[in-house]
Design a protein. Sequence first.
Length: 154
Amino acid sequence: MDTNNEYLYSHGRYPTKIRKEDLTEDYIEFRSRVIWYMTGYVKTSGIVDIGYTSIKINHLFKDDYLYISYKEKLKFEKNKFEFCDYTNYDICICGNSIIPILFAIEENSKIDINGVKEKIYEKVDWYKNHYKEDYLRQFDDENVDIFEYYKKCY
């Protein structure tokens, strides 16, 4: 895929006639495995619902997902692989871009993000309790608030 041209791709696959400069301020840049670690942009206004799932494993956000729906409330049900998951999302984001995208959603959409924040706090507490050395290497402070930490970074 040609990633050096001036035009963006829809869903990381389909060429468009849109350039980065054409995007409105409600788009935020991100990098995620869901678009092959390329730079992408996600619209953070007009969101109807968001959801979050995490995997309890030896890294903080790499395998966690933020699900975004622009059309309807998310459904949590069995997917095609018989696992319970969100099934009617428009885009999902994984990795360290989750929290900055949440900040932008909070600013640009009129939805409550507190449920997702609570799930992230639960994941952070689990990670801190099970991988304390890794946590301290990453954050230097056992009592850091994850959202305050990310606000300083972005």
